[in-house]
Design a protein around this ligand. Structure first.
Ligand SMILES: *Cc1c(COP(=O)(O)O)cnc(C)c1O
Length: 362
């Protein structure tokens, strides 16, 4: 049976590699001769132990994660980290936030429940369409950490250089750019993200945390489940983990390795995004909404400048098999999320469709 797959430009949950889905389908009823699905097996079994260990090893290899960092597979998505980070890191009860969109804002607001959360820079004045200059910010002397959202899913901006934290620990939400290009993990105290944008099924966050930040004295009243040490000590098996999620993520890690790793992934992503950005730059009808130097490789928002035309485009695109191109409800327009698993062909076909639409709507 040929399944009718669309080109899915959703910001998340998002497209997954077709080969990964097929492999999972083949293993659904009987995982490698054990007579059951991964969903049905004990998380304490030898089978699952191998799955979680391989997933961690492959991720460590892909991201070149130093030995003094732990990799945690945690429930609660990215949003749970908005609380977990201050609860575990706010020794002085002070943290500095660079607010470049709604996700950074939510993290900042959540942290303010636990201590003094300073907004030291923002791009809200221009609807988060750029990344502020972060070379010389008023970092607090007693800040426990400086927080960024590295790729802003809703607005389509990305930090191309990390902020100068003046020696303070950097914490970054990379939900929508996870594994899209190489990163130097050693520059971060915590680098984390929800997996449903660029890696796997919704419901899990991967947290990569430097060991010295793992404390057994988080803020008073911090639940056991929200203490990093609980999960670090138990190798993400303190309680029943999101086992099927870990299994699919593990397959995606192997898929990226088979393509040639993160250097290669970046090359593919740059070429792919260029096809769309080049068209937006020359189009008379469509235009990108982000300043050029801060453009994301993953999320590409664009508008026609006319809401009715935008709606017509989204509707006709859907009919032609291009799904989820509507922009975020707070910004309108369109957004094409072109994560790792979006084939280049999908972007080429989208651009061909946009050209045709433009010609028909002169
Ligand atoms: C989607 C997203 C989140 C929220 O993720 P959940 O797993 O739904 O909590 C947080 N940060 C960024 C950058 C996102 O794109």
């Amino acid at each position: 049976m040929k399944v009718g797959r669309v080109y899915n430009f959703s910001a998340g949950p998002a497209v997954l590699p077709e080969s990964v889905l097929k492999e999972a389908a083949e293993e659904m009823l009987d995982y490698r001769g054990c007579g059951m699905s991964v969903m049905e097996m004990s998380h304490r079994s030898k089978m699952f132990e191998t799955i979680i260990q391989e997933a961690e090893e492959d991720l460590r290899e892909l991201m070149n994660i130093p030995d003094n960092y732990k990799v945690l597979f945690l429930q609660g998505g990215a949003s749970q980290q908005f609380a977990m980070i201050p609860m575990n890191l706010m020794k002085n009860k002070v943290a500095d936030f660079i607010v470049t969109g709604q996700w950074a804002k939510k993290a900042w607001q959540e942290a303010s429940k636990y201590g003094k959360a300073n907004k030291i820079a923002s791009s809200e004045d221009k609807t988060f369409s750029y990344i502020p200059d972060c070379s010389d910010l008023p970092i607090s002397d007693d800040a426990d950490y400086v927080y960024i959202c590295e790729n802003n899913t809703i607005y389509g901006t990305k930090f191309k250089t990390l902020p100068n934290t003046k020696g303070k620990t950097l914490v970054a939400d990379v939900s929508s750019c996870f594994l899209s290009e190489p990163v130097d993990v050693s520059k971060y105290g915590i680098i984390y993200g929800g997996v449903q944008k660029n890696i796997g099924p919704a419901g899990m966050a991967i947290v990569i945390i430097r060991e010295d930040l793992i404390t057994d004295t988080p803020l008073e009243g911090t639940p056991t489940m929200l203490t990093y040490k609980t999960h670090a000590d138990a190798k993400s098996l303190y309680n029943t983990p999101p086992a099927y999620d870990i299994y699919i993520c593990g397959k995606v890690f192997k898929w990226i390795k088979s393509l040639g790793g993160l250097e290669k992934m970046k090359e593919i992503n740059e070429k792919k995004a260029k096809i769309l950005y080049d068209f937006l730059d020359e189009s008379q009808l469509f235009k990108g909404t982000v300043v050029k130097e801060d453009r994301s490789l993953m999320n590409v928002p664009f508008v026609t400048g006319d809401e009715e035309m935008d709606a017509k485009f989204v509707k006709e695109a859907k009919e032609a098999g291009f799904e989820n191109l509507k922009g975020h409800r707070t910004v309108g327009g369109m957004r094409a999320s072109i994560y790792n698993a979006m084939p280049t062909e999908g972007v080429e076909k989208l651009v061909a469709f946009m050209k045709e639409f433009e010609a028909n709507n002169k």
